[in-house]
Design a protein around this ligand. Structure first.
Ligand code: SF4
Ligand code: SF4
Length: 199
């Protein structure tokens, strides 16, 4: 994709266009992690990183998870929304991502925490971002995945926006400096298009 133009969006940060819907879409995250039941697409480099630390992952897996590394991932496929141009999906044995344990916890996150590292050090970026995603070069709402989940954002009362709910994740994705640029764009957008006062 040409990183200087987008058919729908004008604002670009770090080579990613911003869908301003993320500033207004109401969301509630109240469930126990159903989003992990479908697995995730990792970038080829993330997939290789995970395989390279397999010896640290395997001892943390429980009886509902597969220890055979060859069964952790699907076949790679081309996808321009991934940095390397190749996506590799995680398998879903026993109806959940291969890295989700019987208590609903991500083994990759458990490993990072047990090492005293940042909790998302080994976690695929699309896991961190959900319910946001990057689609066709734009940061947007993963409404397709939200719609197919039974509990995700189905709470009748939605008191926050997806943007506010995902601030920590957005800072992780963009970095502190670029996040300020995103915050400024949000304020501009809301005051210009929604009449909402700047926070
Ligand atoms: S890698 Fe971890 S966070 Fe991502 S879908 Fe699997 S269990 Fe969930
Ligand atoms: S993002 Fe959705 S599916 Fe995941 S934990 Fe929150 S409400 Fe549940």
């Amino acid at each position: 994709m040409d990183t200087n133009t987008h058919p729908k969006f004008t604002k670009e940060i770090n080579g990613v266009f911003i869908d301003p819907q993320i500033f207004t879409f109401k969301f509630s995250c109240m469930c126990g992690g159903e989003c992990c039941n479908y697995g995730v697409y990792t970038d080829l480099k993330e997939h290789e990183m995970i395989i390279s630390i397999k010896d640290k992952i395997i001892p943390l897996l429980d009886e509902t998870q597969i220890k055979d590394v060859d069964e952790w991932f699907e076949e790679p496929e081309e996808d321009e929304d991934f940095e390397s141009g190749v996506a590799v999906g995680t398998e879903v044995p026993n109806g959940k991502c291969t890295f989700l344990d019987k208590n609903g916890l991500c083994t990759l996150q458990k490993l990072a925490i047990s090492e005293g590292e940042h909790k998302w050090k080994y976690k695929p970026i699309y896991c961190v971002l959900f319910p946001l995603t990057v689609f066709e070069g734009a940061l947007t709402i993963d409404d397709e995945h939200i719609d197919r989940l039974k509990t995700c954002s189905k709470e009748p009362i939605k008191v926050t926006t997806i943007y506010d709910a995902c601030k920590e994740e957005l800072i992780h994705f963009f970095g502190e400096e670029k996040f300020i640029e995103l915050e400024n764009y949000k304020n501009e957008y809301l005051s210009e298009y929604s009449g909402v006062e700047k926070k």
